[in-house]
Design a protein around this ligand. Structure first.
Ligand SMILES: Cc1cc2nc3c(=O)[nH]c(=O)nc-3n(C[C@H](O)[C@H](O)[C@H](O)COP(=O)(O)OP(=O)(O)OC[C@H]3O[C@@H](n4cnc5c(N)ncnc54)[C@H](O)[C@@H]3O)c2cc1C
Length: 482
């Protein structure tokens, strides 16, 4: 997403670009894989359409009209035995302890943003103590391999806090950051043009407000009240689902089409590029080599692989910033699952081995043969949990599915496992300082940018990775506007 977003944007503007990809296919984490005639993504993948106009423009330009299929982003969670929409809504009131819904809605209506950085404290501030206790705490202990779950996580992980292409916390795009004066100061120092723009906009707004008579002000005030009320009603009744893109054929279609566009513009794409190495002399990358190829004196190098690999290549000290590996259990089912609309479901129960179930055929039909179905479970293995290794895990998966009433052992025709390395970066409490030390060193290399989920050690989504790619390209072209 990040690499092709950057490459295609540059190629569309006529720049010479070379893309190196170590796998035989494009897409990275957002590729689609086939298990015989059942199609899966690398875990559930839905493309958010509310991230940036530039991203949507690029995707819409490349993905055909028939493939551009927005669907409702409906997800859910098992809390105890109850299947509850997530985030909680009024519909959940019969399924959750009443205090849970009450605390959550009270916090939502108050609209207060907790300032704590420790995820456990922050989450209790947002969702209330009861939802934290019955869902978030046990879920995060299972999902994230830290012994203490959310108590050892930075809340930026849960929020997927926005970052700029220069790795500055993105105050403009992230309301949560606006309550941190130091972060705002750092941002404004890095982007003085934004400070100036905001001051001008504020002055203009104030001038306009002074011009308006009282009647207009009242109308505006009333409109605002209706807007807030409408927003709250929608959020507690959960009827306004976000629209997400999911093309028939799987999420991998998005990057495949963008790669086709890049190649149509004569952009060279080297798949199976093995042993990619960056060579530095002083403050510049002076060459990029891979098995069978070399580029001397690249004007710019954009890296989207692991930040740790980049540090090793450039002799920069690595930091204790862990990436998680997950195991996916992809199952072929002999018969269709009961109809339902949730695209995936979180599972917090500590006695169930997986933390999420995703139902591929609910995104679009036709991802498996007629009369069959597919199911995928996501597991976080740890050293302490040998039982989550493929050779031991099957019975536990079946027991979990049966406990939740999803399907029976006899419904499963076959299962295939996939290890996904570097699937999620995990933020320890002091991750900001650790990353800062890495950026201080990486920023000394004039013609290098490390972007994307692994390249920035950034828990993000596909559209955000693509946006950072597009914006890195704009920065190279001199058109980037923070
Ligand atoms: C289980 C799961 C579920 C997710 N669900 C969603 C979702 O619903 N919606 C959403 O928007 N996002 C989701 N995401 C996040 C999404 O997958 C990522 O944010 C996005 O795909 C990251 O794109 P990227 O280009 O930054 O990185 P990557 O996809 O990791 O791309 C990096 C590319 O660089 C290549 N590469 C790495 N090292 C080298 C090397 N040394 N030499 C050559 N090539 C190299 C890799 O092969 C890869 O193709 C999910 C992620 C996971 C793991």
């Amino acid at each position: 997403m990040a690499g092709l977003g950057a490459a295609t944007t540059l190629r569309r503007a006529g720049y010479d670009v070379v893309v190196l990809e170590r796998m035989p296919v494009v897409g990275g984490l957002a590729r689609t894989v086939a298990f015989d005639d059942h199609i899966f993504d690398v875990g559930p993948h839905y493309f958010f359409l509310d991230v940036s106009d530039a991203v949507n423009e690029l995707v819409k330009h490349c993905v055909t009209e028939e493939e551009w299929r927005p669907i409702d982003f409906k997800i859910s969670t098992y809390i105890g035995k109850h299947h509850v929409p997530w985030p909680p809504s009024l519909k959940s009131i019969y399924k959750l302890p009443p205090t849970a819904v009450f605390q959550y809605l009270q916090n939502a209506i108050a609209g207060k943003m907790p300032k704590q950085h420790v995820a456990s404290e922050f989450l209790q501030g947002v969702y209330g103590k009861v939802i934290y206790k019955v869902f978030l705490d046990p879920y995060l202990r299972k999902k994230v391999p830290t012994s203490d779950g959310a108590a050892q996580l930075h809340r930026d992980w849960y929020n997927q806090t926005a970052r700029t292409i220069h790795n500055v916390p993105d105050v403009l795009r992230d309301k949560m950051l606006q309550v941190e004066p130091d972060v705002v100061k750092t941002y404004m120092a890095r982007y003085p043009e934004v400070e100036k723009r905001l001051a001008e906009e504020k002055a203009q707004r104030e001038a306009e407000e002074n011009d308006n008579d009282k009647q207009v002000k009242e109308a505006t005030g009333l409109r605002r009240v209706f807007k807030i009320f409408g927003g709250l009603t929608r959020s507690v009744t959960a009827t306004n689902y976000k629209k997400v893109l999911y093309p028939p054929g799987g999420v991998g279609v998005i990057t495949e089409r963008i790669a086709e566009e890049y190649e149509r513009l004569d952009g060279p794409l080297h798949l199976k590029a093995k042993n990619v190495e960056l060579h530095k002399d002083g403050s510049r990358i002076t060459s990029v080599t891979w098995d069978g190829g070399k580029i001397d004196n690249p004007r710019e190098v954009i890296w989207t692989g692991s930040i740790h690999r980049l540090c090793s290549m450039l002799d920069i000290q690595r930091e204790e910033l862990p990436f998680m590996t997950i195991v996916l259990g992809m199952m072929k089912l002999k018969r269709p699952l009961p109809d339902n609309e949730e695209l995936y479901t979180y599972v917090a129960d500590p006695d169930i081995v997986f933390n999420r179930i995703y139902y591929p055929n609910r995104s679009v039909p036709g991802l498996c043969p007629p009369g069959k179905d597919s199911l995928c479970v996501e597991i976080t293995p740890t050293d302490q949990r040998m039982e989550t290794m493929p050779e031991h895990v099957y019975d536990n998966i079946v027991a979990g599915l049966e406990k939740l009433g999803i399907c029976k052992a006899d419904d499963i025709e076959d299962i295939e496992y996939m290890f996904v390395a570097d699937s999620y970066p995990v933020y320890p409490i002091d991750y900001r300082e650790k990353l800062e030390r890495i950026w201080t060193e990486l920023d000394k290399v004039e013609n290098l940018r490390s972007i994307g989920r692994s390249g920035q050690f950034w828990y993000n989504n596909m559209a955000r990775s693509m946006r950072v790619g597009i914006e890195a390209a704009q920065d190279i072209m001199g058109t980037y506007k923070p």
